[in-house]
Design a binder for this molecule. Structure first.
Ligand code: MSP
Length: 663
């Protein structure tokens, strides 16, 4: 069966991930998870665009060999996406040999069949947008019509791709397939772009030293980076090596990108290249709007570029929310506020407002008050005979259908609004029925019936939020004592909880924000100490969320064996070690924990040099919540002896397999 193939653009590695690139990747992740939940086999591709002149230029400015620079940057992208709970299937890099082979092959084929021909290029090039502009499109100032940066003049022999030959076929395809380009505004933009007439495009650059060499013509330099980059989507299917088998993935079902790279590149050059290769076109291209910050475009010079993990860490610090859930809360904000047709404002105040309102007050509170009352009045077990009211069952099912339809249309803001209607319905129901009063008056049967609606709603929400907040979804399921998040088509089951079903103790997922956090200023690591949230009960709601966990006291010094068992300590072998920039104390260690690689940050740089550590085996606590330390995500903690405040490493008595359990 063909897999649902979903792609993001591949990102230039001249700068680190920011909320713009995170937006496209998070939307793709949510779409991929949604399709998986619905039972489809999914193939989710993302990666890095490394052959660009601007990437080479930045590496040179920093005095780093370009290959080393792109290797390091690709790793930063992978780590950031993983830390944001992004579950891609393949991470492609355009410096990989398999990709270069595809670029070479396609260039040769199109040249042989006359779709690529040799000519002279005289015109302007924007290195920031990696785009050629005909002299007729350029004003007096010789600046880029897209980004306003100064242009470079090019006068060179080059190869052209015969784009103009595909103009009418492209127009016909767009007109015949209303869903080929979405949303509507992008489709119109593309038709407008086509109406101006298509010129052939230069697809090689002479004199350049970084990139895929033009095949069989060393004088011609390298292949134009966009021609190279677009082919990544084909490389990742194994088109060149797998014979017909690549059709288990090809063509893409959904290609996501920002509006800037849709009309000219993905909706024009890309389908024309595929037409020239006689390959089926993608089903759907979706171009989202842009984040703007303080009504302006994000840019390094304005200092308004936010790093996603720093925003999540600041939220965690300010609220006391565990980092994985704060990361999910950030994901929620991004998808709830996502710019679809037009641009949208990104702000930390907005993140906080959504967190306190939609997550702490609505979702978190509904789960918490329902479970608290189940424990208070029913000993944490589902009472016999309870069932969801038919009216509510219909309403829940209708909201699930609406959410499904919106997610399918890549409209997550609408989908989440529809899902939240279920929470509002339960809150209204509780207010009308007052189950706490019913229980106190001895009408436990009716109280159980009312609370059952809250349980079903929480179960349904775990399904609907999974694409957006996967860890939160799992935690909701855990508190409901479900072995996993239910399947999409079983999101509403009126009698999902049998009588006697035991529920877990409620644990607040989203403690309310009390402090004024906003520790994350753009591009600055959030270094604020964690602000502890205090319990807050909404007035008049007797069973509202208690937002803090009990503080440990001296009497609680002794722990049980069960508590100890929660610590997963393993022996790790140190594979690489390096200093964390601008820190005298910290080392970044890359560990082998039994086939799995982990990065941790350890405060041992004053006692040990990186070289001393390679190959050493150390105990590491591996199930510690990840933390962002000086821009590095630390995924565990090494254990060492503390001798007058200095770390002394511990090693096993003899060499043991990496990943060995310590207990
Ligand atoms: N390398 C090309 C894509 C090649 S795909 C064959 C490229 N890379 S990029 O690093 O510039 O990132 C592109 C993605 O990030 C686009 O989807 C773009 O729209 C998105 N964003 C970059 N800044 C953005 C905002 N401020 N807001 C939203 N998305 C933005 O282009």
């Amino acid at each position: 069966m063909k897999r649902y193939y979903i792609t993001t653009p591949i990102y230039y590695v001249n700068s680190v991930p920011h909320i713009g690139t995170a937006l496209t990747t998070l939307v793709a992740d949510a779409c991929a998870r949604f399709q998986k939940r619905r039972g489809r086999a999914v193939y989710f591709l993302t990666g890095t665009d490394e052959n660009a002149p601007k990437v080479h230029r930045v590496a040179q400015e920093r005095g780093i060999p370009t290959q080393q620079f792109v290797d390091e940057m690709a790793e930063v992208f992978e780590r950031t996406w993983r830390a944001l709970h992004i579950e891609y299937d393949v991470f492609i890099r355009t410096t990989e040999e398999r990709h270069k082979r595809v670029v070479t092959e396609v260039f040769r084929r199109l040249r042989e069949q006359g779709d690529i021909y040799k000519g002279i290029y005289q015109g302007w090039y924007c290195i920031s947008c990696e785009t050629f502009f005909a002299p007729s499109k350029i004003g007096e100032a010789k600046t880029c019509p897209d980004c306003s940066k100064p242009l470079e003049w090019r006068d060179e022999q080059c190869y052209y791709f015969r784009l103009s030959a595909y103009e009418s076929r492209l127009r016909e395809h767009i007109l015949a397939n209303p869903h080929f380009i979405e949303p509507e505004v992008r489709r119109n933009e593309t038709l407008g772009f086509l109406a101006e007439g298509l010129q052939d495009v230069a697809v090689s650059r002479s004199g350049a030293e970084w990139g895929v060499p033009v095949p069989d013509d060393p004088e011609a330099g390298v292949v134009y980076v966009w021609f190279d980059a677009l082919l990544n989507y084909l490389t990742a299917t194994g088109w060149l090596e797998r014979g017909e088998a690549y059709l288990d993935t090809w063509p893409p079902d959904l290609q996501l990108m920002g509006k800037d790279i849709l009309p000219r590149f993905h909706a024009t050059i890309w389908p024309a290249m595929l037409m020239a290769l006689n390959l089926p076109l993608p089903e759907r291209l979706y171009g989202h709007g842009w984040w703007i910050v303080n009504k302006q475009k994000m840019s390094k010079s304005l200092g308004n570029v936010y790093a996603p993990l720093e925003v999540a860490q600041a939220l965690a610090d300010a609220s006391g929310c565990a980092l994985p859930y704060a990361i999910d809360a950030f994901r929620y904000y991004v998808l709830r506020e996502m710019p679809t047709d037009s641009d949208a404002e990104f702000s930390l105040e907005g993140v906080e407002t959504r967190y306190n309102g939609d997550l702490a007050n609505d979702l978190g509170n509904m789960l918490h008050r329902t479970l608290s009352m189940m424990h208070r009045y029913f000993d944490g077990r589902v009472p016999a005979g309870a069932r969801l009211d038919a009216g509510l069952a219909d309403l829940f099912a209708q909201q699930v259908a609406r959410t499904t339809e919106a997610y399918e249309a890549v409209d997550f803001p609408r989908g989440l609004r529809e899902a939240w209607q279920i929470i509002s319905a339960v809150n209204r129901y509780y207010d009308e029925q007052a189950p706490w009063t019913l229980a106190r008056q001895g009408n436990t049967e009716r109280a159980g019936q009312v609370l059952y609606a809250g349980l079903i709603a929480a179960r349904t929400l775990s399904v609907l939020v999974e694409p957006v907040m996967p860890q939160v979804a799992r935690e909701i399921a855990r508190q409901l004592n479900l072995s996993e998040v239910p399947r999409w088509d079983e999101a509403v089951v009126a009698d999902a909880f049998p009588a006697g079903h035991p529920l877990q103790e409620p644990v607040p997922i989203f403690p309310r924000l009390q402090a004024k956090p906003s520790a994350a200023t753009p591009a600055t690591p959030a270094a604020q100490p964690a602000a502890t949230a205090t319990p807050a009960s909404p007035a008049g709601q007797p069973e509202a969320t208690t937002t803090t966990e009990p503080k440990p006291t001296a009497m609680q010094d002794l722990i049980t064996i069960e508590e100890f068992k929660r610590l997963q300590i393993r022996i790790a072998t140190i594979k690489a070690a390096e200093r964390v920039p601008k820190s005298t104390k910290l080392l970044k260690l890359t560990l082998d924990v039994g086939g799995e690689e982990r990065v941790i940050v350890a405060g041992i740089a004053e006692e040990y040099t990186p070289e001393q550590l390679i190959g050493k085996q150390i105990p590491v606590l591996v199930n510690l919540q990840p933390a962002l330390i000086r821009g590095v995500v630390s995924e565990g903690m090494m254990l060492a002896a503390d001798v007058d405040g200095k770390a002394v490493l511990l090693h096993p008595d003899r060499e043991v397999p990496s990943g060995s359990i310590v207990r």
